[in-house]
Ligand binder design. Structure first.
Ligand code: KMT
Ligand code: NI
Length: 175
Protein backbone atom coordinates (compact mmCIF):
# COMPACT_ATOMS: atom_id res chain seq x y z
CA UNK A 1 0.00 0.00 0.00
CA UNK A 2 1.07 3.48 -0.68
CA UNK A 3 1.16 6.16 1.99
CA UNK A 4 0.75 9.75 0.93
CA UNK A 5 0.40 12.71 3.21
CA UNK A 6 0.54 16.45 3.06
CA UNK A 7 3.76 17.62 4.66
CA UNK A 8 4.49 20.12 7.37
CA UNK A 9 6.79 23.04 6.82
CA UNK A 10 10.16 21.63 6.00
CA UNK A 11 12.68 22.15 8.74
CA UNK A 12 15.73 20.04 9.31
CA UNK A 13 16.67 16.79 7.62
CA UNK A 14 14.88 16.03 4.33
CA UNK A 15 14.97 12.33 5.28
CA UNK A 16 12.65 12.77 8.26
CA UNK A 17 8.94 12.01 7.64
CA UNK A 18 7.75 15.66 7.79
CA UNK A 19 4.28 14.29 8.30
CA UNK A 20 1.36 16.62 8.96
CA UNK A 21 -0.94 13.64 9.58
CA UNK A 22 -3.19 14.84 6.74
CA UNK A 23 -3.76 11.74 4.69
CA UNK A 24 -4.14 11.91 0.94
CA UNK A 25 -6.23 9.23 -0.77
CA UNK A 26 -5.54 7.44 -4.08
CA UNK A 27 -8.08 9.59 -5.88
CA UNK A 28 -6.20 12.73 -4.83
CA UNK A 29 -3.10 11.29 -6.49
CA UNK A 30 -4.94 10.19 -9.62
CA UNK A 31 -6.29 13.73 -9.90
CA UNK A 32 -2.66 14.85 -10.07
CA UNK A 33 -2.11 12.34 -12.88
CA UNK A 34 -0.17 9.88 -10.74
CA UNK A 35 -0.62 6.12 -11.12
CA UNK A 36 0.71 3.57 -8.65
CA UNK A 37 0.76 -0.17 -8.18
CA UNK A 38 2.29 -2.72 -5.87
CA UNK A 39 3.96 -5.54 -7.77
CA UNK A 40 5.61 -8.49 -6.11
CA UNK A 41 6.65 -9.99 -9.43
CA UNK A 42 8.95 -8.53 -12.04
CA UNK A 43 6.53 -9.98 -14.62
CA UNK A 44 4.07 -7.25 -13.69
CA UNK A 45 6.73 -4.59 -14.20
CA UNK A 46 7.59 -6.12 -17.57
CA UNK A 47 3.95 -6.02 -18.58
CA UNK A 48 3.62 -2.31 -17.73
CA UNK A 49 6.82 -1.61 -19.64
CA UNK A 50 5.54 -3.52 -22.67
CA UNK A 51 2.10 -1.90 -22.58
CA UNK A 52 3.61 1.58 -22.45
CA UNK A 53 6.37 0.83 -24.93
CA UNK A 54 9.27 1.27 -22.52
CA UNK A 55 12.37 -0.29 -24.03
CA UNK A 56 15.10 0.55 -21.53
CA UNK A 57 15.71 0.43 -17.82
CA UNK A 58 18.46 0.73 -15.30
CA UNK A 59 18.87 0.05 -11.60
CA UNK A 60 20.29 2.36 -9.00
CA UNK A 61 21.08 1.68 -5.38
CA UNK A 62 21.08 4.92 -3.47
CA UNK A 63 22.99 4.29 -0.26
CA UNK A 64 26.27 5.29 1.34
CA UNK A 65 27.67 1.78 0.81
CA UNK A 66 27.14 1.87 -2.97
CA UNK A 67 27.73 5.56 -3.66
CA UNK A 68 30.37 6.30 -1.06
CA UNK A 69 31.38 9.94 -0.82
CA UNK A 70 28.94 10.82 -3.61
CA UNK A 71 25.93 9.73 -1.55
CA UNK A 72 25.21 13.02 0.22
CA UNK A 73 25.53 15.13 -2.92
CA UNK A 74 23.42 12.69 -4.98
CA UNK A 75 20.65 12.79 -2.42
CA UNK A 76 20.76 16.59 -2.42
CA UNK A 77 20.56 16.65 -6.21
CA UNK A 78 17.52 14.35 -6.27
CA UNK A 79 15.88 16.67 -3.73
CA UNK A 80 16.00 19.71 -6.01
CA UNK A 81 12.50 20.40 -7.23
CA UNK A 82 12.31 19.52 -10.92
CA UNK A 83 10.22 18.30 -13.81
CA UNK A 84 10.86 16.00 -16.75
CA UNK A 85 9.63 16.21 -20.30
CA UNK A 86 8.77 12.49 -20.14
CA UNK A 87 6.71 10.55 -17.67
CA UNK A 88 8.79 9.06 -14.89
CA UNK A 89 8.38 5.40 -13.92
CA UNK A 90 10.10 4.16 -10.79
CA UNK A 91 9.90 0.68 -9.28
CA UNK A 92 11.21 0.16 -5.75
CA UNK A 93 13.11 -3.13 -5.68
CA UNK A 94 14.28 -2.87 -2.09
CA UNK A 95 14.34 -0.41 0.77
CA UNK A 96 12.11 2.63 0.45
CA UNK A 97 12.11 6.31 -0.34
CA UNK A 98 10.02 9.45 -0.50
CA UNK A 99 8.78 11.21 -3.59
CA UNK A 100 7.40 14.66 -2.90
CA UNK A 101 5.00 15.99 -5.52
CA UNK A 102 3.30 19.36 -5.76
CA UNK A 103 -0.43 19.44 -5.08
CA UNK A 104 -2.79 21.53 -7.20
CA UNK A 105 -2.26 24.45 -4.84
CA UNK A 106 1.49 23.94 -4.78
CA UNK A 107 1.83 22.28 -1.37
CA UNK A 108 4.16 19.31 -0.99
CA UNK A 109 2.62 15.85 -0.82
CA UNK A 110 5.04 13.25 0.50
CA UNK A 111 4.59 9.77 -0.96
CA UNK A 112 6.31 6.88 0.78
CA UNK A 113 7.31 4.17 -1.68
CA UNK A 114 8.21 0.77 -0.33
CA UNK A 115 9.47 -2.45 -1.82
CA UNK A 116 7.24 -3.50 -4.72
CA UNK A 117 5.72 -0.05 -5.28
CA UNK A 118 5.72 1.23 -8.82
CA UNK A 119 4.80 4.84 -9.47
CA UNK A 120 4.16 6.62 -12.74
CA UNK A 121 4.43 10.38 -12.64
CA UNK A 122 3.23 12.44 -15.59
CA UNK A 123 5.56 14.64 -17.61
CA UNK A 124 5.57 18.21 -16.33
CA UNK A 125 4.74 17.55 -12.66
CA UNK A 126 7.06 19.21 -10.16
CA UNK A 127 8.60 16.67 -7.79
CA UNK A 128 11.70 15.63 -5.87
CA UNK A 129 13.08 12.49 -4.24
CA UNK A 130 14.85 11.58 -1.03
CA UNK A 131 15.88 8.50 0.86
CA UNK A 132 14.50 8.22 4.38
CA UNK A 133 16.36 7.75 7.64
CA UNK A 134 17.42 4.23 6.63
CA UNK A 135 19.43 5.67 3.71
CA UNK A 136 18.68 2.83 1.34
CA UNK A 137 16.68 2.81 -1.88
CA UNK A 138 17.14 0.29 -4.65
CA UNK A 139 15.10 1.39 -7.61
CA UNK A 140 14.51 0.51 -11.23
CA UNK A 141 14.18 3.46 -13.58
CA UNK A 142 12.32 2.77 -16.77
CA UNK A 143 12.82 4.69 -20.00
CA UNK A 144 11.00 4.69 -23.30
CA UNK A 145 14.14 4.87 -25.37
CA UNK A 146 17.65 5.81 -24.39
CA UNK A 147 18.14 6.40 -20.66
CA UNK A 148 17.05 9.98 -20.34
CA UNK A 149 16.06 11.50 -17.06
CA UNK A 150 17.25 15.06 -17.40
CA UNK A 151 15.83 16.96 -14.47
CA UNK A 152 14.82 20.53 -15.27
CA UNK A 153 15.04 22.41 -12.01
CA UNK A 154 12.09 24.62 -11.23
CA UNK A 155 12.41 28.25 -12.23
CA UNK A 156 10.80 30.87 -14.47
CA UNK A 157 11.77 28.85 -17.58
CA UNK A 158 10.18 25.59 -16.43
CA UNK A 159 6.99 27.46 -15.58
CA UNK A 160 6.82 28.31 -19.31
CA UNK A 161 7.85 24.82 -20.50
CA UNK A 162 5.33 23.31 -22.96
CA UNK A 163 5.25 20.01 -21.02
CA UNK A 164 4.52 21.94 -17.83
CA UNK A 165 1.70 23.82 -19.54
CA UNK A 166 0.21 20.62 -20.97
CA UNK A 167 0.36 19.01 -17.53
CA UNK A 168 -1.43 21.93 -15.88
CA UNK A 169 -4.11 21.79 -18.54
CA UNK A 170 -4.64 18.02 -18.31
CA UNK A 171 -4.82 18.12 -14.50
CA UNK A 172 -7.20 21.07 -14.67
CA UNK A 173 -4.89 23.34 -12.68
CA UNK A 174 -5.32 27.05 -13.21
CA UNK A 175 -2.78 29.33 -11.59
C1 KMT B 1 14.19 11.54 -9.83
O1 KMT B 1 13.79 11.81 -10.94
O2 KMT B 1 14.13 12.35 -8.91
C2 KMT B 1 14.75 10.23 -9.58
O3 KMT B 1 14.82 9.46 -10.49
C3 KMT B 1 15.20 9.89 -8.22
C4 KMT B 1 16.01 8.65 -8.15
S1 KMT B 1 15.14 7.14 -8.50
C5 KMT B 1 14.42 6.63 -6.97
NI1 NI C 1 12.42 13.23 -11.38
Amino acid sequence: PLHARLTELFQGDQRLPHDSGKLVDPEYLSNLGILHYNFSSIDDVNRIAKDRDYKNRDEITISPSTLGDAYESKVKTFFHEHLHEDEEIRYIMDGNGYFDVRSKDDAWVRILLEKGDLMIMPAGIYHRFTTDEKNYTKAMRLFKDEPKWTPLNRGPETDENQYRKSYLQSAGITA
